[in-house]
Design a protein around this ligand. Structure first.
Ligand SMILES: *Cc1c(COP(=O)(O)O)cnc(C)c1O
Length: 405
């Protein structure tokens, strides 16, 4: 089957949610993908922040295959060795005391919101149930998490939304003070609003937010689904800010490409989940946990995390270089290997076209908003792939510019 035939079937049989690029990957290694037509592509999109260690990483493949020969799934009437090992790693290397394992980012956020609400309403009374989130934030697509997210376009057609959710302005501490009263159970925030155009949190803002949460007895939830597992050069992004959250959401890169999520919490919040109050059939599945353990071991070393910062410098420098030639972006920003490039005014609203043109030229990039191209390469992408990918991107950007004029 060639890519045209694949796309015809795709369009006939799938609900049209994604508009994928015209490149159907059949195999991959590291940051390179091959498609049904034998074309090659350099991956700057990393499965949307999932394949932090590239495609078919040998250590992860071995961990998966080894586990596949031992035990696949037992359900939560049992515990199992890989999930015990993973829980220890997550708790011993973060500020959390306890963990809940699930499968996706939305599930980890859903669990975090439920935990915070249950703790607050059981401890202080049913009035303390409000959730404060931020405009433009992204927390997943279940009804509770999408309502918590701050993008009204994702609410369209899904009303009525669950009540009790309010949105402050990112990096605007006064807007937080206005909303966080004694009836708030949780504030949820990202340190980088990736889906809002890669907007970075301000250090002082996060520090003040922590103080407000302490004063009002509010659980501070940090959504690390995209920023976690080394993406910013820290195991979890909050570790760079000198504060600790009460609850942490993880998924995406946690399994390096195998679906797994986790919600971590400190005491006393963690104690609000008791026998029967929450659950997930696949949560803690041994295949997922075995891969996540290996992935965690590789990423959580000082050398690895320091190298992410070096990789980031190289990536920024190369991106800056091509932009000097093409002159299409007005701002390059981000942290570690979560990078956004904002289009100049004359190209606003067209980041989407660049995604498709880039793929045509053999490199995959993402959007972070209609005006921002987003890069989420593997944390171990080879230098040669960064350079070659940038040359391909440069050609795509010139083609975009020509088409735009
Ligand atoms: C991707 C993402 C989610 C949702 O994760 P899913 O696995 O798609 O449910 C939640 N929060 C953030 C910050 C994300 O980037």
């Amino acid at each position: 089957m060639n890519s045209k035939q694949c796309m015809d079937i795709y369009n006939k049989y799938f609900m049209q949610l994604y508009n994928p690029v015209d490149f159907i990957p059949v195999s991959g290694h590291g940051s390179r993908l091959l498609d049904v037509d034998g074309r090659d592509l350099i991956d700057f999109s990393g499965g949307v922040a999932v394949t932090a260690l590239g495609q078919t990483n040998k250590i992860l493949v071995d961990a998966l295959v080894e586990q596949a020969h031992k035990l696949w799934h037992v359900g939560n009437i049992f515990t199992n060795l890989p999930q015990i090992e993973l829980a220890q790693k997550l708790v011993d290397n973060s500020c959390a005391d306890k963990v809940f394992l699930c499968n996706t980012g939305a599930e980890s956020v859903e669990a975090a919101l439920k935990l915070a609400r249950r703790y607050a309403t059981k401890t202080y009374g049913p009035q303390k149930h409000k959730i404060v989130s931020f405009l433009q934030s992204y927390h997943g697509r279940s009804l509770f998490t999408v309502s918590t997210g701050g993008q009204a376009k994702y609410w369209d057609g899904f009303y009525p939304l669950p009540p009790g959710i309010f949105h402050a302005k990112f990096n605007d501490i006064e807007s937080v003070r206005e909303l966080v009263d004694d009836d708030v159970a949780a504030v949820i925030i990202e340190t980088i609003q990736a889906e809002a155009g890669v907007m970075l949190i301000e250090r002082d803002f996060l520090y003040e937010l922590r103080k407000i949460c302490d004063a009002k007895k509010v659980a501070l939830i940090i959504d690390e689904v995209q920023t976690g597992m080394g993406r910013t050069g820290h195991l979890l992004s909050y570790m760079d800010y000198g504060i600790e959250p009460d609850i942490i959401c993880m998924a995406k890169a946690l399994g390096g490409g195998f679906p797994i999520g986790a919600m971590l919490a400190k005491e006393p919040f963690a104690g609000a989940f008791q026998m029967g109050t929450h659950g997930a059939t696949f949560g803690g599945n041994p295949l997922a946990a075995a891969v996540a353990c290996k992935s965690f071991e590789i990423i959580n070393t000082p050398e690895f995390l320091a190298n992410v910062k070096k990789q980031s410098e190289v990536f920024f420098a190369e991106l800056h270089k091509i932009n000097q030639e093409v002159d299409i972006y007005c701002d390059l920003r981000g942290k570690g290997l979560l990078i956004g490039a904002e289009l100049k005014d004359e190209y606003k609203g067209r980041a989407f076209e660049i995604v498709h043109l880039a793929a045509k030229h053999g490199v995959s990039v993402l959007m972070a908003s209609p005006n921002v191209t987003r890069f989420l390469p593997s944390l171990i992408i080879p230098l040669a792939d960064i350079k070659e990918g940038m040359q391909r991107l440069k050609k795509a950007l010139f083609a975009f510019k020509t088409a735009a004029e």
